[in-house]
Design a protein around this ligand. Structure first.
Ligand code: SF4
Length: 666
């Protein structure tokens, strides 16, 4: 239940706060007359009695009776209010004298919170019959369309609420009919608040039609919403194709799912829920280990088909199901299909946009709702297009391109927008490099990233998925939020300096920065091609500083021992160079993790890392400094001990060579 009130309450006041307030009021109201009574009993009231002209105990009793009646009345009001408060999940206060500010607050609340809270509340109570609140609610008419809205007026401790008739004109369509109600008892409505039911039917006008020019993302979302077209800013219900969660957010998501849908509730589709333990795996931390146990129990209880479990932490090779970092495992296991909608309880879920799908990170509450319904209310993002032309220099990797973009537009430059990458260069990139680009869209605030599906995508998916998928392209006449073009061969290797991914500088400008360690790993920079790139630089050389290797997944780990350059496997090249690892695949120190996490920065060290974030404390110590870089730059840095442009230590060719063209046999 959501309470909108112009008379009482505080914005988002919690039930606990309301109860505290109630107790405080009650204590004050009861103690005051008690003190007066005791004062009179002890004869102290003679002056008062004399002053008031009361000469006998009858008049005193009458006075006390009035006080008691007042207490009862006020307590009744507070109790009644408290009843409503305790039934309400969200309490929205709107003050008439600050209309504009409240309108903004309310609309932002609707945008940010309604998507989930609206789905689980039973009804909305509006304790105001003034036009202002009506206008507020009608402004939010789209997300509230299927809600029951009550408008009421409070009168002396009782309230009457009545549903305003014929609100269709303002966009309100009551879902149940109900007579005027005396809400002295504050009966909640049994309104139906659920996403619209629809069969998964794709309107013919969606598929690459220019009747309603749309971007790739808009087409995917319109298909998922079963609508002929959608526009940026619209709030739409989408059917979810895949929900992914992991050991950090999974237990919280499960808790919310059970709380809202019941202990015995079943997930909407056990084949569409993917559970991948990957973050805090190889640690003795009991709470971290417990998280994986919770996932295992839930997967068993719900018959989840895709649960990539790990039981033997001592030797991960004994766990045939265990994969490693969720985003890369999703792709390798064929869960990333063009044209679909994928949500994950991890901000780098945007990684999967490389496959021409809509993929984005969500919170536990949204994920809990999806578990129960398979749907989610989202706002359609506007699209920012980034086109890469020219030639890709041999010394550049996708990591340089995305750091270039983030440096240009800043960490908030794409807030709640789609980053769509295209151009000749993007078409030539491998799927792993495309993932590196999309992975870091969130570092610019992006809602999602997307790259159109092409031959490279289809080749990658062959043998990984049996499901058919639909391919969409952005219409040439589609409205874009912005369009930015890059001449790729004019770009140079870059780093993101501490403590922000947009703190970009040329690697060669940082050559005086002494580095304590190098970290090659994560969903951004721990894929097979990242290790091939590192091995290319390390071959027949020695690192000068500790260099930690963490493959993202089991498959990457295997590739390190399988693939070779110049007759040496990558593992042999790394060993000869003096690297530490490869460690068991996981997120490891990318997110810091428990103190015993492999390669965690436990001291104020300077680290060059192929990961995606360099906020203070991200990799452990908040006094540490992290420089984000490509695998080439990271490897070059490991050889010198200073931030190093890879061109200074390696003689690159005049033509770009893809990673797999460097290995002896793939
Ligand atoms: S590797 Fe790092 S960025 Fe990727 S999912 Fe794990 S913690 Fe997140």
């Amino acid at each position: 239940m959501i309470l909108v009130s112009s008379r009482m309450g505080c914005l988002n006041e919690t039930n606990r706060q309301v109860v505290k307030r109630f107790i405080l009021f009650s204590v004050l109201l009861l103690t005051l007359p008690l003190f007066i009574f005791l004062y009179i009993q002890r004869g102290g009231g003679s002056f008062l009695l004399k002053y008031l002209g009361w000469r006998n105990s009858l008049q005193t009793s009458a006075f006390l009776a009035i006080v008691i009646v007042q207490i009862v009345l006020i307590s009744y009001v507070i109790l009644a209010e408290n009843w409503v408060y305790t039934k309400c999940k969200w309490i929205i206060q709107v003050k008439r004298e600050r209309k504009r500010e409240n309108l903004i607050v309310f609309l932002s609340f609707v945008e940010k919170s309604m998507s989930t809270e609206m789905n689980t509340c039973q009804s909305i109570l509006s304790f105001s019959n003034n036009n202002f609140v009506s206008v507020l609610l009608s402004s939010a008419k789209k997300p509230l369309k299927s809600q029951n809205i009550l408008f009421g007026k409070r009168k002396w401790g009782t309230s009457t609420l009545k549903k305003k008739k014929n609100r269709q004109g303002q966009g309100f369509v009551p879902s149940v009919q109900r007579k005027d109600t005396n809400l002295t008892t504050f009966q909640p409505l049994t309104a139906t608040v659920a996403p619209p039911k629809s069969s998964r039917h794709v309107a013919s006008s969606v598929s690459n039609s220019v009747q309603h020019p749309m971007t790739l993302t808009e087409k995917i979302l319109s298909k998922a919403a079963n609508r002929p077209c959608v526009k940026p800013g619209e709030n739409i219900w989408v059917n979810v194709d895949v929900l992914m969660t992991h050991d950090v957010c999974g237990p919280g998501t499960i808790g919310i799912f059970k709380r809202e849908f019941g202990e015995n509730a079943k997930v909407w589709d056990p084949e569409k829920v993917i559970i991948i333990p990957d973050h805090y795996i190889f640690t003795a931390d009991q709470r971290a280990n417990r998280n994986v146990d919770i996932l295992r129990e839930f997967a068993r209880e719900q018959n989840i088909k895709y649960f990539y479990d790990i039981k033997d932490r001592q030797n991960f090779l004994n766990n045939p199901d265990y994969k490693g970092v969720c985003h890369i495992a999703l792709a390798q296991e064929g869960h990333t299909r063009p044209g679909e909608v994928l949500f994950g309880t991890d901000s780098h879920t945007c990684n999967a946009g490389a496959f021409g799908m809509f993929a984005t990170g969500i919170g536990n509450t949204d994920a809990g709702f999806i578990l129960g319904t398979g749907k989610l209310l989202i706002k359609v993002p506007a699209t920012m297009k980034f086109v890469f032309h020219g030639d890709m220099p041999d010394y550049l990797l996708a990591k340089d391109l995305i750091l270039q973009i983030i440096g240009d537009i800043s960490v908030s430059g794409a807030t709640y927008r789609t980053l769509e990458f295209s151009g000749d260069i993007i078409s030539q990139l491998s799927m792993e490099e495309r993932q590196t680009l999309c992975n870091m869209a969130i570092e610019a605030g992006g809602k999602n990233a997307v790259i159109p599906c092409d031959q490279t995508t289809s080749e990658y998916l062959k043998g990984r998925t049996q499901r058919s998928y639909e391919v969409f392209q952005t219409d040439s006449s589609a409205d874009l939020y912005s369009h930015r073009e890059y001449i790729t061969h004019q770009l140079e290797p870059v780093v993101a300096k501490p403590h922000s991914p947009d703190n970009r500088d040329l690697a060669k400008n940082c050559s005086d920065v002494k580095v304590d360690r190098v970290y090659i790993g994560s969903c951004t920079g721990g894929k097979t091609e990242d290790f091939i790139a590192a091995a290319r630089i390390f071959k027949d050389r020695k690192v000068k500083i500790p260099t930690f290797l963490v493959p993202a997944t089991r498959q990457v780990y295997d590739d390190i021992y399988r693939l070779s350059i110049g007759g040496q496997t990558l593992a042999q090249i790394f060993e000869q160079a003096g690297c530490i690892g490869p460690a068991p695949p996981s997120c490891a120190a990318c997110l810091g993790g428990p103190k015993d996490t492999f390669a965690r920065i436990n001291e104020p060290l300077v680290c060059v890392s192929t990961t995606n974030r360099n906020f203070p404390g991200r990799m452990g110590s908040k006094d540490g400094q992290v420089y984000l870089a490509s695998p080439y730059t990271a490897a070059a840095t490991a050889l010198t001990g200073y931030v190093t442009d890879p061109r200074q230590v390696y003689d690159f060719g005049t033509e770009h060579r893809s990673a797999y063209s460097l290995v002896d046999s793939a």
